[in-house]
Design a protein around this ligand. Structure first.
Ligand SMILES: NC(=O)c1ccc[n+]([C@@H]2O[C@H](COP(=O)([O-])OP(=O)(O)OC[C@H]3O[C@@H](n4cnc5c(N)ncnc54)[C@H](OP(=O)(O)O)[C@@H]3O)[C@@H](O)[C@H]2O)c1
Length: 292
């Protein structure tokens, strides 16, 4: 396959790229903020000046960007993917996006003769580093089959869901649950804390009962310790809820629990917590009723 392209070196993109470099792949990388590529260069990656330059050099390029605006900009703006994509080249966007965005990107790439896959992921930076993500792909089936050996190295399991848009819709349906779970954990924990109970005992009881799960196990301790350093930022979780609420609206699906969770995330962002981890919803609950 030769060199592989990678656009977007944030928390997830950098970790995925490091995993691929560690497995012997040659990468050409690009990031809006160039300094974020330094560690990858030390591990052998080549840096390009624009997304177009990456596409020109590589037969297959992946992207991991924050939101629809970022993904559209990287494809459609000057120096973007569209300038060099052509027949024989493939592009996979792994960002969490809405279906309208992935369809728009897919159509533009197809019009230039290129092949497109959406591939949102489930998992964290740690899963990215160790190649243990879950990849929810959809779009060009031939491209999926061609790049499956790479997808397999990034994931413990991948799914191919058919036409473009299905991957985005599946990911957003899952994110509705995640947004609500963060808030449920924070609310229960603060209720126990304000009742004068030991928060660690609360987590211990939670974990061994029917409500125990990996998310609570991972996010409970940092909430207690007040460690809100970003693993999955509140801004990104709110972006996912916003896109999911819009999908629900389109399909006339009532999602009052998700809507309430979104309100909490918006409140957290208005309190200046957006760049912190989503587990900082704990601070919103702690701020008390008056803050709403
Ligand atoms: N973090 C997680 O645990 C997790 C888990 C599953 C899925 N996701 C999804 O994965 C995606 C990436 O998440 P992340 O945590 O890696 O985010 P992140 O650390 O905030 O990184 C975002 C990336 O997007 C780039 N970007 C933002 N706006 C841009 C623009 N207008 N033009 C070009 N590049 C732009 C950033 O470039 P700069 O460096 O220049 O800012 C950075 O490379 C998101 O869609 C997120 O919802 C995240």
């Amino acid at each position: 396959m030769g060199e592989i392209g990678f656009l977007g070196l944030g928390v997830m993109g950098k970790a995925i790229a490091m995993n691929l470099l560690g497995r012997g792949f040659k990468l050409v990388v690009w990031n809006r903020t160039l300094s974020r590529a330094e560690e990858l260069v030390e591990h052998g990656a080549t840096v390009a000046k624009t997304p177009a330059e990456v596409i020109k050099k590589c037969k297959f390029t992946m992207a991991m960007l924050s939101d629809p605006a970022a993904s559209l900009s990287v494809v459609f703006d000057q120096g973007g993917v569209l300038e060099q994509i052509c027949s024989g080249k493939g592009y996979m966007d792994m960002s969490t996006l809405d279906a309208n965005t992935t369809i728009k990107i897919s159509e533009a790439i197809a019009a230039k003769g290129g092949a497109f896959l959406e591939g949102p992921v489930s998992g964290t930076r740690k899963h990215s580093e160790s190649g243990q993500l879950i990849i929810i792909a959809a779009g060009d089936k031939s491209l999926y089959e061609e790049v499956l050996p790479i997808i397999d190295l990034m994931s413990k399991k991948s799914f191919f869901l058919g036409k473009v848009g299905n991957g985005a819709k599946m990911k957003l349906s899952l994110q509705v649950i995640m947004g609500s779970m963060f808030n449920s954990l924070a609310e229960g924990l603060v209720l126990a804390e304000k009742s004068g109970l030991d928060p660690q005992t609360f987590l211990d009881i939670l974990d061994i009962g029917a409500l125990g799960n990996p998310l609570f196990r991972r996010k409970g301790p940092p909430m207690i310790q007040g460690d809100y350093s970003p693993v999955f930022s509140m801004n990104l979780q709110q972006k996912d809820m916003r896109l999911a609420l819009s999908l629900a609206d389109e399909l006339l699906v009532p999602v009052p629990v998700a809507a309430a969770s979104n309100e909490v995330l918006e409140k957290g962002i208005s309190m200046g917590l957006g760049d912190l981890d989503t587990c900082a919803v704990h601070l919103v609950a702690k701020a008390g009723k008056g803050s709403f």
